[in-house]
Design a protein around this ligand. Structure first.
Ligand SMILES: Nc1ncnc2c1ncn2[C@@H]1O[C@H](COP(=O)(O)OP(=O)(O)OP(=O)(O)O)[C@@H](O)[C@H]1O
Length: 258
């Protein structure tokens, strides 16, 4: 099992940010997580990476129970994360190649000497993610779409068991977004041993590879099930509290207000 959250609640500054979360992810499952602003998505992800500890309940990620088994760099290396927080922490003068390489050490910046295997792997990932053409350009000079690709390549350096993509399409134009989604769909198929959690605000970004979907609302799980059970006009109308209609085109959902 990749993760097991049992009756998890989180309190911050006197408020319950997450309440009674029960969620399991089995090996190789890919999930989409959808929630409005402030639903608690980031708080939940921080908990999975052991940046937050639950106020109540138990969190087990990759067979380690938080608060019981020792955590640390080894676990963090097994969880790849692409988020705006990581982006802000990177050294913008580092090249795309250096940033990808640093993923092997789960470090910000390169302090250890990479092995030949690591160099080779970084180059292979840069190619696979379509970043090879700007491998030597500094991160600061890259477009949003190029940066996201570099960050995904970085997160794959340590062969993670769990890959968390937190709103990876933020700030991308239509074309860059569709190209990135295509790459993510390809990754999900080619790395079946890595489970993906894909967090988004947009229903139409739920790709066919995400067989399961979790709806998070005001710190609660509103629903979590097979995507075809969740992404329906009925469930999403209840979730958003307005009447919406879901249509499917090429195995992708679109949503409109009725
Ligand atoms: N460390 C904290 N201390 C106090 N309140 C917090 C903390 N972290 C998050 N919150 C609050 O918890 C709620 C959920 O925040 P979170 O960032 O997890 O939402 P989100 O679903 O990721 O939203 P968005 O889609 O806007 O990024 C918000 O009301 C936020 O203000």
């Amino acid at each position: 099992m990749i993760l097991n959250l049992d009756q998890v609640s989180l309190m911050k500054e006197g408020n319950w940010i997450l309440k009674d979360i029960n969620w399991q992810i089995d090996n190789g499952e890919h999930w989409a997580m959808l929630g409005l602003n402030g639903a608690g998505k980031t708080a939940l992800l921080h908990m999975l990476c052991a940046y937050y500890f639950p106020t109540k309940g138990s969190v087990t990620v990759l067979n380690r129970r938080f608060g019981k088994d020792p955590l640390g760099d080894e676990l963090r290396r097994k969880i790849g994360i692409v988020s705006s927080t990581i982006k802000e922490r990177l050294y913008e003068s580092d090249s795309a190649y250096q940033i990808v390489l640093s993923g092997a050490f789960a470090s910000i910046g390169l302090y250890e000497t990479p092995t030949d295997d690591m160099r080779e792997k970084a180059q292979q990932l840069l190619k696979e993610l379509g970043c090879f053409g700007y491998a030597n350009r500094s991160f600061r000079k890259l477009s949003q779409g190029e940066r996201q690709r570099v960050l995904i390549a970085r997160s794959l350096m340590a062969n993670p068991d769990l890959l968390i993509l937190d709103e990876p399409t933020n700030g991308l134009d239509f074309l860059a977004r569709e190209q990135l989604l295509e790459t993510i769909d390809h990754l999900a198929t080619r790395t079946p041993s890595t489970s993906i959690i894909f967090v988004t605000h947009h229903v139409e970004e739920i790709l066919p590879c995400f067989h399961k979907t979790l709806l998070l609302k005001s710190g609660h799980i509103f629903a979590a099930d097979q995507t075809n059970q969740i992404v329906t006009s009925e469930v999403l109308s209840d979730f958003f509290n307005i009447q919406v209609r879901v249509s499917w085109i090429n195995a992708r959902p679109t949503i409109s207000k009725v």
